[in-house]
Design a protein around this ligand. Sequence first.
Ligand code: SF4
Ligand code: SF4
Length: 164
Amino acid sequence: MGKLIEPERLKVLAQSHYEAHKAVIKPLGKQQKRNLDDLVQQWDAELFEEIDCLECGNCCRTLGPRIIDTDIRRLAKHLKMKDSEVVETYLRIDEDGDYVFKFMPCPFLMDDNFCMVYEKRPRACRDYPHTHQPKFYKRMKVSLKNTFTCPVVYHIFRRLAEET
Ligand code: SF4
Ligand code: SF4
């Protein structure tokens, strides 16, 4: 069976395992933090071999990435627009005072799940779901939320709950 999980089913599964997943978040020693990073990065690589983002696209449909000034400049250049036009056309300020897309699904997401601005996509889009990056222990709470959106993160928490 493939690892990709249809979004509605992922929400149900993430909810049903929520307490078990939450329980893996606990204080860790230095070596445990390093071991955790090794495990999570290895699983991230394995899972992204099996899960094709082009068959999923759930983050682009449901999460609003934080857009920073350098993202706006890069998008404006790419779209041959002024920075202010990008802001006016695509962005709004959220409750934390950050720029996010005005509408979700993302205005740059195409029907086939390709990103129209892929080479110039915002930093937050490049980094999501952050499971390839070090210091996973610092992002465990937000990653727990991501189990409801990203099948890769869900599988990582499943493995952490079962194997550690
Ligand atoms: S900019 Fe591209 S990668 Fe980012 S949310 Fe939109 S479609 Fe997805
Ligand atoms: S990063 Fe996760 S949620 Fe986003 S498209 Fe890829 S598998 Fe789906």
